[in-house]
Design a protein around this ligand. Structure first.
Ligand SMILES: Nc1ncnc2c1ncn2[C@@H]1O[C@H](COP(=O)(O)OP(=O)(O)O)[C@@H](O)[C@H]1O
Ligand SMILES: [Mg+2]
Length: 311
């Protein structure tokens, strides 16, 4: 039944097709049925809930919209997220997945890869390369619109990810498998020095943070990631061949951003009115550089722990 229905969909007229499609989607575990991207909601979610990251908001929304507008993309979407710890990289990656699939990050077509969990240190790198390759290949064959999130790339064995190079370019369309519709998200702290330096210079020159553009940081981040032995993309042909669609900078967070994180946390706990706690949590964080103390050293990461102590 499940195998016959897709054929029926192709044969029937438009209104009936809708009925059959609905029927098919109620019984089939199909990625096309679950794939319901909503770029507007993604844009809104990033704008409203990821504080102080106008560059990431812009680049993520634009690149995802551009990619999804293509019926037959020329290459997969490859986004590489960079910035200091606690600035919202994992959060933004989850958001992206959430607005692509109806069943969100719980979708069987959204795959999270965490090196320390999936490939603990001490494993055999060549075997891991083979496993990673066949895992991606299997998933894309199953669902062309697969989303892969590679978090904590800094803890990945060097060279491991290079095995994906053939999948990330434009040439890879093999019988029954279209590799060009997949989305890959790489996340690491590599390149943070470049991003933080640019934010500091902007600040010290008295210019508005919002005047910074992602374009001016692209090449510098690419170079820093390529030169960093623990970036997961060290000396990688993926960067040499320009297979990364965009490098997405996450800026260091200021005190008022941390306060907003604390406020959001408090609201989630039903204590929206405790502005005093939000202020105290932000005041209790460490800021650098000295002198200046503009940017939180751990972003918003330890905010929940601070609130636990203060509430
Ligand atoms: N820019 C931000 N705006 C709102 N909340 C943030 C931001 N950055 C971090 N947070 C909060 O801190 C938590 C940890 O952030 P996370 O995305 O894991 O940071 P990263 O992956 O960059 O280290 C998030 O779950 C979120 O609650
Ligand atoms: Mg993270």
């Amino acid at each position: 039944m499940i195998t016959i229905l897709p054929l029926l969909l192709l044969c029937v007229c438009a209104p009936a097709r809708c009925v059959f499609q609905k029927l098919y989607c109620t019984i089939a575990d199909s990625c096309d049925c679950d794939f319901r991207p909503n770029v507007r909601e993604l844009e809104w979610d990033l704008y409203k809930n990821v504080f102080g990251q106008h560059l990431a908001q812009e680049v993520l929304s634009e690149e995802v919209a551009r990619f999804l507008a293509q019926e037959a993309p020329e290459k997969p979407l490859v986004l590489s997220l960079h910035g200091s710890s606690g600035t919202g990289k994992t959060m933004a990656g989850d958001m992206l997945a959430r607005h692509l699939y109806a069943s969100a990050t719980g979708s069987p077509f959204v795959h999270q890869f965490i090196p320390t969990l999936h490939f603990p240190a001490g494993g055999h790198v060549q075997a891991q390369r083979e496993q990673l390759k066949s895992w991606v290949q299997g998933n894309v064959t199953e669902c062309a619109r697969s989303v892969f999130i590679f978090d904590e790339m800094d803890k990945m064995a060097p060279g491991l990810l290079d095995v994906l190079e053939p999948f990330l370019g434009p040439s890879h369309v093999v019988f029954r498998t279209n590799y060009r519709k997949a989305i890959y998200i790489f996340i690491s702290t590599a390149g943070e020095e470049v991003i933080n330096k640019a934010a500091l210079e902007q600040r010290e020159a008295g210019r508005d943070r919002e005047e910074m553009t992602a374009a001016e940081l692209q090449d510098a981040i690419a170079r820093a990631v390529y030169d960093n032995p623990t970036s997961g993309l060290y000396n990688s042909p993926i960067i040499r061949q320009k297979l990364v669609t965009a490098f997405v900078p996450f800026l260091p967070l200021c005190r008022h951003h941390v306060e907003r994180c604390a406020q959001a946390q408090l609201c989630q706990r039903g204590a929206c009115g405790r502005r005093d706690v939000a202020r105290a949590a932000a005041a209790d964080m460490t800021y650098q550089p000295s002198p200046g103390h503009y940017f939180s050293t751990s972003g918003c990461k330890s905010v929940p722990a601070k609130i636990n102590l203060l509430l």
